[in-house]
Structure formats: structure tokens, C-alpha cells
Design a binder for this molecule. Structure first.
Ligand SMILES: *Cc1c(COP(=O)(O)O)cnc(C)c1O
Length: 354
């Protein structure tokens, strides 16, 4: 550690993103929950037109994009704030909206504890139940801002809205942030509760279900007051964090419902097919409402399954923590990619040659 870094940040352990191989070769990339499909043709055309205007700063108000998002959710544009990926918005929420600390599950998005450390927020991990479900009652005594990924990562399990309501009603003075990165793959969005609860903030992203992970675009939905404050934080750091290309592509992607729905349908079909095929091979597969599967192979540690797939040119994600190390997280790709994954798994399990 260099001597110039502020002492309070010297112990910071950065988030480790999943591998982004420079040379894809024959690799089947199922490790970072991107879409296997390209962006909507309308988003591509909009991005290309916007690229010609890159001389100019983007609209800091993101008016067209916010209008498109607001329209889709039946909200006012003043209830929308966008950022450079939902990570930026989550970071701002940790930075400015956790006066009494933060609470989140022990198994969840690995960025939450990193944000908390980065912004000196006191944080508490609330253990999931043995079956990886969220025990909402365990949050009743938590005074800090609650961050819940729903569906959760890397389990793929989903909480019903009735549980989100209980969480919101436990303490109306406490903010609850629902991170819905995966909600489009079969979850229920808490955005429909925004009219009823002032202490709710919903965060979504264009990275997983709208095929724009490389564009870096996410959004937060909340009351007008909360969004005004979040926007103040954004404008106090980087008012242009949503660039001109992302702005144009995101607006077009949000408006192209048909393409969005078609991609979702294919991914959900591939997910259900792969989950069934893996279970037929004896694997434990959690019921997923996301674009990934959390899988444990019989008689194989998560690390060995990961390595054996890797040797067969299939890249998945393994989280080496006590409660997750028996599992790997497999992004749902195309049907063909999932067929290759199942074939490789069969080979690994039969051959005994890890
Ligand atoms: C992928 C992911 C994000 C981050 O998404 P970006 O918009 O790409 O920054 C946030 N939360 C969860 C749970 C995720 O899986």
C-alpha cells in the first residue's frame, strides 16, 4: 500500500469482477450474467447516430431516457434517476443514504460490503436461512438501510411482494433498496409498490435483461423527494456519468418491448431446459427466477466443477465462501450453449476424470 492513500482506505478489498477474457476463442462465456443476444437493432441504430455527436456533452438531465423509463413503469419522470450502471446508483445510495448503517444478506451481491467499506458505512450481514431463503423477520431489528437483491444473487431465489411489504412496514423510517438486476426473468417488481411506500427505492439495470452490459446503464426509482436527493449526489460527483451513446441506446432499448420480451422468453426457456437436464444428471439446482443457475454437481466440489468446465472451454463463476463453495453460478446463455454445458457436465460426472 502506498503511503499517500488515506489510512482509512488502506484495508479496502476491492470488488472482483468476473473474468472478461480478451481472447474469446472457443470459450463459452457463462460467468457474468450478460445476455447471449446482441442489443436491439433499434438500440444499435440509435447508438450509431449518437456516436456521431460525441463531440458534445450528453444531456445531464437524461430527459428522453427518463421519460421512456417513467412511461414503462407508470411513474413521473421525476421519480427516475439513471447512472453509469446500477453499480453507480448503489454506490451513491451507500454513500448518502445509510446514516444508520446498512444491512444485507450474508449471501448476496458481493459489491455491497465493498461499497460499505469504501464509504465508511457500518454494515451487518443477516444470514439467509439454511435453504438460502431470506428471513424477513430477521430485519425487524436492523436500523440501517436494507439492501436486498431480488431475485437474489447468486442463488436466483425470489421474494414475493408480500415479503417486501413486510420489510417496508417493519420500520417506515428505514429506507429499503430492492436491487432488481434480475427481476425481468420471472420476478415481481417492487416498482408497483412505490405509490404506497415512501421508504422504498427500486434499482434496475440495462446490463442483464436489455443486452447493454457494456453500455453501463442503470436506474433508480423512488419518491420524487428521494430521487431529487439521489440526483443531487449524482450531480455532485459526475453529472455526465450516463454518456451520449448509452443515453440513446438505452432509450431505444427501453422502447423496444417486442425485442426485450423475445430475448427474455428465449433465456427463460433455455434456463428451464438446462435446470431440468442438470437435475436429471443428479445436480442440485436452486429454482431460479434469474438468468443464471446456482448448481452443485454430485460428488464434486464447486471449485472442481468450475475447473473441469474451464478445461472444456466453459467459463462459469465460483464463489469460494463457506456457504457457496459447493456451488457454481452458471449464466443462462443460448439453448446451444446450455446444451454444451449439459454435455460437458455429463462427461465430467461420468468420466470421473475431472
Ligand atoms: C449485475 C448486478 C448489478 C450491477 O449491474 P450494472 O448495472 O451492470 O452495474 C447490480 N446488482 C446485482 C445484484 C447484479 O447482479
Amino acid at each position: 500500500m502506498e503511503r499517500f492513500l488515506d489510512a482509512k482506505l488502506r484495508a479496502l478489498a476491492a470488488y472482483t469482477p468476473g473474468e472478461q477474457p480478451r481472447d474469446m476463442g472457443k470459450l463459452i462465456k457463462l460467468n457474468t450474467n450478460e445476455s447471449p443476444f446482441p442489443p436491439s437493432p433499434k438500440a444499435l441504430a440509435a447508438a450509431e447516430a449518437a456516436a456521431r455527436e460525441l463531440r458534445l456533452y450528453p444531456d445531464p438531465a437524461c430527459a428522453a431516457l427518463h421519460a421512456a423509463i417513467a412511461w414503462r413503469f407508470g411513474l413521473a419522470p421525476e421519480q427516475v434517476c439513471t447512472g453509469n450502471g446500477s453499480d453507480e446508483l448503489l454506490g451513491l445510495l451507500f454513500h448518502g443514504f445509510c446514516p444508520r448503517g446498512a444491512a444485507f444478506p450474508d449471501i448476496s451481491y458481493g459489491f455491497y460490503p465493498v461499497f460499505a467499506e469504501m464509504f465508511s458505512v457500518k454494515w451487518t450481514e443477516v444470514p439467509l436461512r439454511e435453504d438460502f431463503s431470506v428471513a424477513v423477520e430477521d430485519y425487524a431489528s436492523q436500523p440501517g438501510t436494507v439492501f436486498l437483491a431480488n431475485p437474489n444473487a447468486p442463488t436466483g431465489l425470489c421474494l414475493p411482494l408480500s415479503d417486501i411489504r413486510r420489510l417496508l412496514e417493519q420500520n417506515p423510517a428505514r429506507l429499503v433498496v430492492i436491487d432488481e438486476a434480475y427481476v425481468d426473468f420471472g420476478g415481481e417488481s417492487a416498482a408497483s409498490l412505490l405509490g404506497e411506500y415512501e421508504n422504498l427505492c427500486v434499482v434496475q439495470t440495462f446490463s442483464k435483461s436489455r443486452q447493454l452490459a457494456g453500455g453501463r446503464l442503470g436506474f433508480a426509482l423512488g419518491s420524487k423527494g428521494l430521487i431529487r436527493d439521489l440526483t443531487t449526489l449524482k450531480f455532485s460527483f459526475n453529472p455526465y456519468s450516463v454518456n451520449r451513446v448509452a443515453l440513446a441506446a438505452g432509450t431505444a432499448a427501453m422502447e423496444d418491448e417486442a425485442y426485450f420480451e423475445a430475448c427474455l422468453r428465449k433465456i427463460m426457456e433455455a434456463r428451464e431446459w438446462a435446470a431440468g437436464a442438470l437435475r436429471a444428471l443428479g445436480c442440485t439446482v436452486l429454482p431460479s427466477r434469474a438468468n443464471f443457475l446456482f448448481v452443485s454437481a454430485p460428488g464434486l466440489s464447486g471449485g472442481d466443477y468450475y475447473a473441469a468446465l474451464r478445461r472444456r472451454q466453459i467459463l462459469v463463476r465460483w464463489f469460494e465462501k463457506p456457504r457457496t463453495r459447493d456451488y457454481v453460478r452458471i449464466t443462462v446463455g443460448t439453448r446451444e450453449e446450455m446444451e454444451a454445458l449439459v454435455r460437458a457436465t455429463e462427461e465430467i460426472l461420468k468420466g470421473g476424470t475431472v
